[in-house]
Design a protein around this ligand. Structure first.
Ligand code: GLN
Length: 278
């Protein structure tokens, strides 16, 4: 039998020994998860014996040492302050993507129609709708598996959205005032160099952006212009070195009011523009 303090110390040591990035944090998150206690609770009880859940904590630490992502162990990912269920069927939501949501919320007006292309876990669409409950949201993905997760997240968060399977716009009708997308954008050849947590646990389908990483942007920019209302917005998350290319692509397709938005680390993260009246 160990105390909470012993266990936390052990967890940190194991993770650091396995060179897990942010091992201290992960030891802490698993503590919170397994024992259902927040930080204040922990400090009140750190010298008590951890009890029957000790083995579960040790088991999860060992799995994390084997590079299974934390979010796959807990099936939780926090995004825009909301809790999303995740598993191997979807890309784990990334904090950087919150910038896309903020830019979208700033421009979307009540009553408008919003489409999230390559919706994955549904994190982008659902978090926009949580702030814009009077908008009508559609989430599209090629993966039926991902759509099951997105629908589950909609139910758990009690947010109504229409999730549909389609290869981009092929099976999708209608027109929209806004289209957002965080499509797969890693060049195929770069995938083997990614960290183990991403390479082995995020679905390949959610990562692979074709030979130059830009294939989805090309197809979406082309197809979206016939689905956007005049004055409608198209917003993308992009890789840090793709801003220029995607911006030019949109300019050549006749989009206006183009902007490249940086993330907190100062890297290009979002490209957006508006379908111009013609
Ligand atoms: N839209 C989802 C997200 O941002 C999935 C993105 C993807 O699979 N490329 O998390």
């Amino acid at each position: 039998m160990s105390t909470y303090r012993d266990l936390l110390r052990w967890g940190r040591m194991e993770l650091n020994r396995a060179h897990i990035p942010d091992g201290d944090l992960d030891a802490w998150y698993l503590m919170e998860y397994v024992f259902e206690m927040d930080r204040a609770h922990y400090f009140l009880r750190e010298s008590e014996e951890a009890g029957s859940q000790e083995e579960e904590y040790r088991r999860l630490i060992s799995l994390r040492c084997g590079r299974i992502p934390l979010q796959h162990l807990t099936h939780q990912a926090w995004f825009m302050g909301l809790e999303f269920y995740v598993d191997g069927r979807v890309l784990v939501p990334r904090q950087d993507t919150e910038i896309l949501v903020e830019e979208a919320v700033r421009r979307l007006e009540d009553g408008q129609r919003l489409l999230d292309m390559c919706t994955g876990s549904g994190c982008i669409l659902l978090s926009i709708l949580s702030q814009k409950p009077c908008c009508k949201g559609t989430g599209v993905d090629l993966s039926a598996d991902a759509l099951e997760v997105a629908r589950l997240n909609g139910r758990r968060l009690n947010i109504t959205a229409d999730f549909r399977q389609s290869d981009l716009f092929t099976d999708i009708g209608g027109r929209y005032e806004m289209i957002v997308s965080n499509p797969p954008y890693i060049p195929t050849g770069v995938i083997p160099t990614l960290e183990e947590e991403v390479r082995s646990y995020d679905p390949n389908l959610a990562l692979d952006g074709g030979e130059d990483g830009l294939s989805f942007y090309r197809r979406i920019v082309e197809q979206a212009s016939t689905r956007l209302e005049d004055g409608g917005w198209l917003l993308f998350e992009i890789g840090h070195d793709q801003g220029r290319c995607v911006r030019d692509m949109m300019e050549n397709a006749g989009y206006g009011e183009l902007q490249v938005v940086k993330d907190l680390a100062g890297r290009d993260r979002v490209v957006l523009g508006r379908r111009m009246y013609r």
